[in-house]
Design a protein around this ligand. Structure first.
Ligand SMILES: NC(=O)c1ccc[n+]([C@@H]2O[C@H](COP(=O)([O-])OP(=O)(O)OC[C@H]3O[C@@H](n4cnc5c(N)ncnc54)[C@H](O)[C@@H]3O)[C@@H](O)[C@H]2O)c1
Length: 269
C-alpha cells in the first residue's frame, strides 16, 4: 500500500478509457484518497466514470486553461482537505487545425488554446500543489508524448508536449526548494478519447508495432497508471525533473526492429 495516507488530486477523467481513470483506480487500490477535477463540459461523463471506481471520489468542475478556475479548484481542495500530497496532470486539447494539415498554416489563435490547455495548465497545477503541500514529499505527475523529435502526425500537439517537458523542468527547479517533485511520464499510444481526435493516430500504433522491443498494448493504460503511482509514492523520493518513458522501450531503439503487422499485411496484397 505505497500510497497509504496520500491525498491526490486527479485531473482528466472523462471515461474509463482515460489514463487518469486507470491512475485513479490504481491509486485507490494502493491506499490513496482522491478528489477528481473534470472539464465542465465533461463533468457528466466524469461523474459516471467516477461511480465505477472502488471508492467514489468527489469531483470538482474546473477548466484548467482558466486561471480563475484553477484558483477556485485550489480553494475547493483546501476546503475539502486543507492539504494535498500529489496531483496528476492528464489534460490536453488542441483544435483540429493544430493537429493536422499544413503545419505552418495553423491559425495562431488555435495554437494559443492548445498551448494554454496542454502546457501552461501544468504550471497552474504546480501552484495548487505548492500552496497546499503539507511539506517535503509532495509530487506532481504529468502525461507526455515523447517530444524529442517530429512525429509523422501530431503537429502542434508535439510542440505543446515539448513545451510541457520544458515547463516540467522549471517547475522541478522551483518546487524542489520545498521538497516537492515534478515528473512526466512519456506514454506510448493508448486508445482514449483524446487519441481518437488525433488524425492518423494509427500511424503511431504501427510505428510501435515495428519498433517497441516489449509488446505494447494500446488498450491497456494500467502500465502508465502504475508508473504514476510509483511517482506519487515515497519510493520515488529522489526523482524530479524526470521524463519516465512507459512506452515498451520504443524511445530507446534507433529504428524499426520488425515490419509492423498491419504494414506487412498491406504489403502482401
Ligand atoms: N492516449 C495517448 O496515446 C497518450 C499518450 C501519451 C500522453 N497522453 C496524454 O495523456 C493525457 C490524458 O489524455 P488521455 O489520452 O487519457 O485522454 P482523455 O481524453 O481521456 O483525457 C483528456 C482529458 O483532458 C481534459 N481536458 C481537456 N481540456 C481541458 C481543460 N481546459 N481543463 C481541464 N481538463 C481538460 C478532458 O476533459 C479529458 O478528461 C493527455 O495529456 C495526453 O496528451 C496520451
Amino acid at each position: 500500500m505505497i500510497l497509504n495516507g496520500k491525498r491526490l488530486l486527479i485531473t482528466g477523467v472523462v471515461n474509463d478509457d482515460s489514463i487518469a481513470y486507470a491512475t485513479a483506480r490504481r491509486a485507490q487500490e494502493l491506499g490513496a484518497e482522491l478528489v477528481l477535477s473534470a472539464f465542465p463540459r465533461d463533468l457528466a461523463n466524469a461523474l459516471e466514470a467516477a461511480r465505477t471506481l472502488p471508492v467514489e471520489p468527489p469531483i470538482i468542475a474546473a477548466d484548467l486553461s482558466s486561471e480563475a478556475d484553477a484558483a477556485a479548484l485550489c480553494y475547493s481542495v483546501k476546503e475539502l482537505w486543507g492539504e494535498l500530497d500529489g496531483a496528476l496532470h492528464a489534460i490536453a486539447f488542441a483544435p483540429r487545425s493544430a493537429l493536422s494539415g499544413e503545419f505552418i498554416e495553423a491559425p495562431p489563435g488555435d495554437l494559443d488554446i492548445a498551448f494554454q490547455t496542454s502546457a501552461v495548465s501544468y504550471a497552474s497545477l504546480a501552484r495548487i500543489i505548492r500552496d497546499l503541500s503539507p511539506g517535503p514529499g509532495s509530487s506532481l505527475v504529468g502525461l507526455d508524448f515523447d517530444a524529442a523529435g517530429a512525429w509523422p502526425v501530431y503537429n502542434w500537439m508535439g510542440v505543446c508536449k515539448a513545451a510541457l517537458e520544458s515547463v516540467n523542468r522549471y517547475v522541478a527547479r522551483d518546487l524542489g526548494r520545498d521538497g516537492i517533485r515534478a515528473n512526466l511520464i512519456a506514454a506510448g499510444p493508448i486508445h482514449t478519447r483524446a487519441a481518437s481526435g488525433i488524425p492518423d493516430f494509427e500511424l503511431l500504433l504501427e510505428a510501435w508495432e515495428g519498433r517497441s522491443p516489449l509488446e505494447w498494448d494500446p488498450g491497456d493504460s494500467y502500465p502508465v497508471a502504475d508508473a504514476a503511482c510509483f511517482l506519487f509514492s515515497d519510493l520515488s523520493r529522489a526523482i524530479t525533473g524526470e521524463i519516465l518513458h512507459v512506452d515498451g522501450g520504443y524511445h530507446a531503439m534507433a529504428g524499426a526492429l520488425r515490419e509492423p503487422v498491419r504494414s506487412a499485411a498491406a504489403g502482401d496484397k
